[in-house]
Design a protein. Sequence first.
Lengths: 372, 453
Amino acid sequence: MRNSLPLFLIICLASAAVFTLNGCAGLEGGDPESAFDRGALLQQWADQTIVPGYSNWAEHTKTLADVTVLLAAEPTADRVEDAREAFKSTYVTWQSVATFDFGPAADRAHLSTTNTFPVDTVGLMEDVVDVEWTPGTPSSLNRIGLPALDHLLFAKEDAEGCAQWLNEDVRRGQHLLRLVGFLAEESMAVSSAWGSGYRDDFVASTGTELGSGLGATLNAFNRTFESNLRRQKLGLPSGVSTFSQTPLPGHVEAPFAGDLSLQLMKEAFLSYRNLYLGVPIQGDGAIGLDDYLRSLGDVNRGAQLDSDIRAQLVAAEEALEALESPLSEFVISQQDLTFDAYAELQGLVVLWKVDMMSALGVLVTYQDNDGD
Amino acid sequence: MWFKTAKEWGLTPVDGAPLVALRLVFAGLILFSTLRFIGSGWVEAQVVEPLVAFPFDWFSWLPRPGLWAAYGLFGAMLVGAILMLVNRPRLGALIFVLPFTYVEMLDKTNYLNHYYFVSLMAGLFVFLPSRNQDAAGVPRYARDLPKVLLTLVYFYAGLAKLNSDWVLDALPLGIWLPQHSNLPLVGPALAWPITAYAFSWGGLIFDLFAGFALWSERGRIWVYPVVVVFHLVTWLLFPIGVFPWVMIGCTLVFFGASFHRNWIQRWTRVELSEYSPEPFKSGSMRWGLIMSACFLAIQLIVPWRFLAYPGELFWHEAGYRFSWRVMLMEKAGVAYFFAQNGEGREREVDLNGWFTPNQSKMMSTQPDMILQCARWIKQHDVEMGLDTRAVRAEVWVGLNGRRSQLFIDPFVDLTQIEDDMGEARDWVLPLDSVVTMSEFRARKNEWRARSAW
């Protein structure tokens, strides 16, 4: 046995070679084109949805900041209207990037600093008079971002009253500026992180582990769909989580802007639908998760699953169409319909989180795993 | 008569070098593994930070360590591993195995078969003679016990693969291998169905026979390289942690004494005693032999306990753990819990933020963890002043490429279920009872009315 080590090494190498050759020998039998090109999917996501989505979002926050400067300098009814319009379109834009809560967005906790609701109105008014206010502390996430702007810009229903309210205390306008400034800075930071470097890492990591482009996107996709869209935007306001099933109208997204909540929910839904079906924000790419599933070859967990998801998307869309604005009133007057929509969204959660994730075998953790 | 023969056979002195070598390799592996665990930030992420834990059944009384205590435990593991390296194997193994097993018992989420293997192996080293001076001679049973355990691990892992998903459908490998289609050269081949079959059948045959083949001196030269390649491939393709290295390292014990004396002399400063066999007469060695036989008997029986439970093992998972079932399932699920108060009103429980992603994944597919979760919800609700009396769950699970289906009885109070050992999990719906989401929604009210809920 003295000279056995070199012999082992040789046999090891030989076996490795045999393994590799076996793989190559099979080349004739298989269809190499059936392997889905994840790199192409990631590229389309990055270049046609995420990067343009974020830069659009950053531009909107910038516009909002500009308009707010004017408003704070001299509050008039017209300027209030301008700020409100900018605010609404900014909020709508946010829905198309909210799902990408990983990488630069996760590093900056962008989701929670932008859209933690319901807003703590009492805390927010304390912040207004706080000269040493610092944004983004973990305990004050529900006093900043879009929900805080919603409260301040719609503090009084009519624009005239709101302008007057701002005129009564300069600090109100000043705090609006501070909030908008922080929001614009953060969104710009996330947008430029994607523009410089992270995009390339994202596109290059074509595996399926948690840190890969696909793993990061799908895990965030499922998590935000389940907890931000299904639960926060719809479930909690409709009262699914209270014993008495009492609707909580104050829990809708953007409750003060009145008629915005439902539009935001539909926009958010569209962003998930489009990501699945491969409809980019900008450009002509058409690769989606539907194509990935169909490429699997297996009918049951491939093409059939895709058909089921499409059917469920239609059902969910119809259920959302049945809701009416303002949502804060609708959850009280037609609670049953909100429960229906909630159930349809839940159907999508199951199909995406269980069926799709296990068909694609995407991992949800960095932890070691010996396959259960 | 047979006992006497066994005793004579087992107590025959043999060269202890392979056992000493195994101890060195094993100590190195657990030292590396512990450092890797700490370095990955898992002490915080897996042990300290989770808000809720899913302890093993008989260990729910174990206090969960805080940050310092947790680092104390891992520090002790390092000390134990180092003591094993520096020729204090029994003390070292004891200092390692207690905190290691303690941490493993805290949360089922983190259960891995190779952690269990490490616990067993370290436990053996508390008793086996493996100091440098024991190279002079150990009873044969002591040298061969780790080999028998390794053989058993491979063989049982092979038996576990004898199921239709693995053999007939090449699952879950048919799902996992195509994920690596982005690899250079071999990538595209990993997406072919035929590759999944080749890997499944190859793995099955390997597991069934490798352990036995390693015993023969002629077979070893051919099988050990296969062992190395097999485990390297699994290491490259799956997030399986240190398991491949543990197996590659530990199976070295099958090699003869001269091989081990050779590498130890050449590459280390460890000085082994010369082999000088003397008969073992002491009572402690006899006890060791008897204890070893008991240990092996338990190891032989434990993986078969699943036979006591009707239904599909992979589905209800009663008797699944501690049985060398590795890489057998792609199982995903989502669980919605509903709490009922004294007035019979129901609300959906908002679990957002309470569990780590891995806890959610494991809990939503493993029935005993679903029960633990339900009990925790009730307890937590009561602490929060809510009048929660009962908890039910709607759970959707997909196993090995099957589409999602209802997993457990959706209208049973989970807080009332005793999940005692040996008791059938009849509240887990049978795997072939496929209830789809749409079917459930259509019949939900009917079922609710029929149940006691």
